[in-house]
Design a protein around this ligand. Structure first.
Ligand code: ZN
Ligand code: ZN
Length: 427
């Protein structure tokens, strides 16, 4: 029913506007990707008079979602060829699929790209990104050195990839030095590079410095720059600065629920419940709804989806309860205590603990534990950023089950193994 409706909207858009504008086209692309209508995705994409990074990301997500690795990599290359640049989202969507081309899975194995005959700049950048998004920053640096030794001139993308890697691995001074050295390689920093620098400084706790950079960027800063700074304020529990940053952010992105949720989490961590309430009221007034958390796993060629608080039958099943109780006891012995400050609602602690336990990535992890053999790695994809408590839970579960758990959230890959995460708790 909905699908029919949407097709007729498309027809109307084409009839009355003639050429639908970019925003409408991107929304249509997104809709066709969500409904797995890849032919329609390609049709809309073909005829779009103007494409931006969002259009490309949507196309790549569509191809990646249909398990078409060579076309995904092809689109990624054309995108770069058109000088489009790319975002972190592009990388995290395209790279895992591209890695399948070599039938290899872990980040280290993206070195399989070494076998590509044509090691052009794109291949170098793709390999670098493979290391970088998987938190293997030392490998990325080694590869960068090799690239320079081979007289390959790095471009803007190379620097985005390396700077992002530095930021995600907490390499502050190395990242700052690289940013300052860009001009020596003939590259002018663009907005993306400034975004990385703000993130590098913010994550390491140099929040004032980060704010100073953000305020003096020669271009108009994007919402994502202020968003990353707000996340840094969350990491370091700096409420006064978070309020300054949130004000800027709400002006640029008044309808992004993630920003409100993050600010309210910052208040919750500081025990400022009146302010948590105020942010919730702000969200209610502007009719902003928090996105529902959703995670996916693949078991024997089939994708299984889990929604936060959902999958009731599964949660009531004997096998779920058995594994859940075993896990809960084992991780409690390790010292895991639920951190319920991430829960927005000011209800009692037991209730909060229950809500956190029902986050979709945990349901997915338990399902994977039940349905895959001992020692098999577990791969989970999530539509939102992983919360602090699920992150601790995954670390503990990776230790007691002796499993590698790879969780890809909207921000990055987390490799949980033997009680630690590749992000070193920076995310
Ligand atoms: Zn969670
Ligand atoms: Zn992590």
């Amino acid at each position: 029913m909905e699908l029919v409706l949407e097709f007729s909207v498309h027809n109307q858009v084409v009839m009355f506007i003639g050429e639908a504008d970019q925003v409408v086209n991107n929304a249509l692309l997104g809709f066709y990707v969500d409904t797995s209508c890849l032919d329609e995705v390609l049709k809309v994409f073909e005829v779009m008079p103007q494409r931006n990074v969002v259009s490309w990301n949507t196309l790549i997500a569509g191809l990646a979602g249909q398990d078409r690795p060579s076309e995904t990599l092809g689109a990624f290359r054309v995108m770069q060829g058109e000088g489009m640049g790319f975002s972190w989202v592009t990388l995290t969507t395209a790279l895992p699929v591209c890695a399948q081309l070599t039938a290899l899975h872990s980040g280290k194995d993206t070195h399989g790209f070494d076998r590509m005959h044509n090691r052009d700049l794109t291949s170098w950048n793709t390999m670098l990104a493979g290391y970088s998004i998987n938190g293997q920053i030392n490998e990325a640096w080694a590869l960068f050195d090799e690239m320079i030794r081979s007289s390959i001139k790095p471009d803007g993308i190379t620097f985005v990839v390396l700077l992002s890697g530095c930021s995600h691995s907490g390499l502050t001074s190395q990242g700052q030095r690289l940013f300052n050295a860009m001009e020596d390689y003939g590259e002018q920093p663009s907005l993306e590079h400034y975004a990385c620098l703000v993130d590098i400084l913010g994550r390491s706790g140099k929040l004032e410095e980060a704010l100073n950079v953000a305020e003096n960027i020669p271009m108009r800063p994007s919402g994502s720059i202020w968003g990353s700074l707000l996340n840094s304020c969350r990491l370091h529990g700096n409420v006064p600065l978070a309020e300054i940053v949130a004000k800027r952010l709400f002006q640029i992105e008044p309808n992004n629920p993630g920003n409100y949720v993050m600010l309210s989490n910052i208040y919750a961590n500081a025990g400022m419940w009146e302010d948590v309430k105020r942010v919730r009221e702000m969200m209610a007034m502007t009719r902003i709804k928090k996105d529902v958390g959703c995670s996916w796993i693949q078991i024997k060629h089939k994708i299984h989806t889990f929604v936060a608080g959902g999958s009731t039958n599964f949660r009531r099943s004997a096998e779920y309860i058995k594994i859940w109780n075993e896990l809960s006891n084992a991780i409690k012995d390790l010292g895991y205590i639920p951190n319920t400050s991430v829960v927005l609602h000011d209800v009692n602690e037991d209730m909060k603990a229950t809500w956190v336990c029902e986050h979709s990535e945990r349901l997915a992890a338990v399902a994977a534990l039940i349905n895959t053999g001992a020692g098999m790695p577990i791969r989970i994809t999530k539509n939102l950023r992983v919360c602090v408590d699920c992150h601790s839970w995954m670390k503990a579960v990776s230790k007691v089950t002796k499993r590698l758990i790879v969780l890809r959230d909207t921000n990055r890959f987390h490799h949980f193994q033997n009680g630690t995460c590749s992000c070193k708790d920076y995310w």
